[in-house]
Design a protein. Structure first.
Ligand code: NAD
Ligand code: USQ
Length: 383
């Protein structure tokens, strides 16, 4: 299939583009490279030295004989997006190309506006190009589990059946997101749902949990294909951050008691989930929602697992309960469904000692690149 990967220079997008290419799909990457620019603005660098996108793609072709087309530009520029899509003629578009950090979106008004304009307008442009030129193209859009928030009832996959005053309906599951970033995903979901309903487009919204790990079969083939691994207080995410902190002897930064529970998945399952969605398109007019995670953990449990794995490797690992910079409950009920991707064939890589071991070793290998000043959280939700 001809698959356009928007955001293909990023963490999930790069691994996915190579994986789909390796599976025999005809892949193109579209990316504005703005994430590299945001890193520079924040004075942060990913743990791993990532090569320029052109060098990465050249290496992929040299190693495998497979070529991946590249379109460098911003999806907020409608003409650029339309021209790129007319040139590539995708049958499926996988859309990772958004500002994805909750802390970044909470820095100040400018960053909140940038996040919502970048994400919501970019997705809206994409919906219009699909409607005008590729009405049969399947949109596979990355959403987030954080769209649901932490309700005191089970979380369904996108929809919930409610009985009210003697009548019954199946409705979009209520959304209570926890940052302006997570809100941008909710706005996207509403726009995509509406476009499917009125124009008959086909879309799959993948409400992904927190991704961990760095190696996939493809990105591990060569140093030039290495994936990014963020550890800083803005773009770094819980488990990846904890492994890098353990590697350099920094106390693990658990916010509050660590009673927040989240769905998580290995990056090797991210790429497989996308493949499953691409190979099994939604029907015309259907707005399909899958919850894309494999296991649920509290943040305190993740920290304890990293401490145990670190200790087993001879690292001394402390856990530090910091004042929570976010506005979140200390503890909450969390039970989310995740059967739809498994029903379509996902066989999860569950979090194991060997994965933690390999991630810790990876972090130790690159630890001299860590800037310790970038670890503690600086963005507060209610300052
Ligand atoms: P990332 O920042 O590593 O990659 C995003 C890529 O999109 C970057 O290369 C960036 O340059 C590009 N991009 C951003 N805005 C763009 C625009 N307007 N036009 C063109 N390109 C643009 O992020 P990631 O971690 O790979 O996340 C990818 C997607 O998956 C995001 O939508 C994110 O919300 C979602 N997601 C990520 C995680 C996670 O743990 N990393 C979890 C759940 C959902
Ligand atoms: N947390 C800590 N210590 C840290 C970092 C985070 O205790 O050092 C806590 C946070 O307070 C929060 C939880 O861990 O309760 C998750 O935070 P995170 O930064 O790992 O993840 P989050 O901000 O939710 O965002 C990440 C990605 C985002 C994606 C989301 C999936 O950056 O793109 O949408 O995970 S989910 O969390 O399921 O919504």
């Amino acid at each position: 299939m001809r698959v356009l990967v928007i955001g293909g220079d990023g963490y999930c997008g790069w691994a996915t583009a190579l994986y789909l290419s390796n599976q025999g799909h005809d892949v193109a990457i579209l990316d504005s490279l703005v994430r590299r620019h945001w890193d520079m603005e924040l004075c942060v660098e990913t743990l791993t030295p990532i090569a320029p996108i052109q060098a990465r793609l050249q290496r992929w072709q040299d190693l495998t004989g497979k070529s991946i087309d590249l379109f460098v530009g911003d999806i907020n520029n409608y003409t650029f997006l339309k021209d790129a899509m007319l040139k590539f003629e995708p049958e499926a578009v996988v859309h990772f190309g958004e500002q994805r950090s909750a802390p970044f979106s909470m820095i100040d008004r400018e960053h909140a506006v940038l996040t919502q304009v970048n994400n919501v307008v970019g997705t809206l442009n994409l919906l219009y190009v699909i409607r005008e030129h590729f009405p049969n193209c399947h949109l596979v859009k990355l959403g987030t589990m954080g769209e649901y928030g932490t309700p005191n009832i089970d979380i369904e996959e996108g929809y919930i059946t409610i009985e009210h005053n003697g009548r019954k309906d199946t409705l979009p599951y209520p959304k209570q997101p926890g940052s302006f970033y997570h809100l941008s995903k909710v706005h996207d979901s509403h726009n995509i749902h509406f476009a499917c309903k009125i124009w008959g487009l086909r879309a799959t919204d993948l409400n992904q949990g927190i991704v961990y790990g760095v190696l996939t079969e493809e990105t591990g083939m060569d140093e030039l294909l290495i994936n990014r691994l963020d550890y800083d207080g803005v773009f770094g995410t819980a488990l990846n951050r904890f492994c890098i902190q353990a590697a350099i002897g920094h106390p693990l930064t658990v916010y509050g008691k660590g009673g927040q529970t989240r769905g998580l998945l290995d990056i090797r399952d991210t790429v497989r989930c996308i493949e499953i969605a691409v190979n099994n398109p939604a029907n015309p007019g259907e707005f399909r929602v899958f919850n894309q995670f494999t296991e649920m953990f509290s943040i305190a449990d993740l920290a304890m697992m990293v401490k145990k794995a670190g200790n087993a490797m001879g690292l001394s690992v402390e856990v530090n309960n910091l004042e929570n910079p976010r506005v979140e409950l200390e503890e909450h009920y969390f039970n989310a469904k995740n059967t739809k991707l498994k029903d379509l064939g996902l066989e999860p890589h569950y979090l194991s000692d060997s994965l933690l071991d390999s991630l810790l070793n990876f972090a130790v290998k690159y630890k001299t690149r860590v800037d310790e000043k970038q670890i503690l959280p600086k963005v507060k939700w209610n300052k």
